[in-house]
Write a protein that binds this ligand. Structure first.
Ligand SMILES: [Fe+2]
Ligand SMILES: [Fe+2]
Length: 157
């Protein structure tokens, strides 16, 4: 991870890495099994949602971005459910066509969600997080792991 990159740029980079993992699976040639990349992208996306909800959104909300954060949390809930379906599909070995349907749903959700984060929320992040919160987020981006059993706010029953 580049210490010279802004938090906004680092968060955007995660979006791109996750998108490429999904794309690798979707665009795989016949017989080329890229399920591992899809699984990695699913795990990376859950971790990304965690770090946003635990380490980014609270500061943005405190700085007055209540409505945008509310919308992002709702969308995380929708994305989380798609991830559950996709993961269950991979684990139970459903056919590729079905997994591609879930991938298309996920890509549609992410296109709209990530664009809003990148245009509205991320540009505020570097200015709003305290030094301590910034250090915590940078450390987590470099090597943090999703806590066992964690689910996003809108997925907790
Ligand atoms: Fe998000
Ligand atoms: Fe994000």
């Amino acid at each position: 991870m580049n210490a010279n990159m802004t938090l906004a740029a680092l968060l955007e980079e995660e979006h791109q890495q996750i998108d490429s993992g999904i794309e690798a699976f979707v665009s795989a040639e016949n017989g080329d099994d890229r399920t591992g990349e899809l699984t990695t992208a699913i795990q990376a996306l859950r971790r990304h949602i965690y770090l946003e909800e635990a380490m980014v959104f609270p500061s943005l909300r405190a700085a007055g971005m209540v409505a945008p954060v509310f919308v992002m949390l709702r969308e995380h809930g929708e994305i989380w459910r798609t991830l559950d379906e996709l993961e269950t599909g991979v684990a139970s070995g459903v056919d590729r066509r079905e997994l591609l349907t879930f991938c298309a749903q996920l890509t549609g959700q992410l296109d709209s969600h990530n664009m809003k984060e990148e245009q509205i929320l991320y540009p505020q992040t570097d200015g709003v997080l305290t030094g301590e919160a910034t250090a915590e987020l940078r450390a987590f981006l470099a090597s943090g792991e999703l806590p066992d059993g964690w689910a996003c706010a809108q997925a907790r029953a």
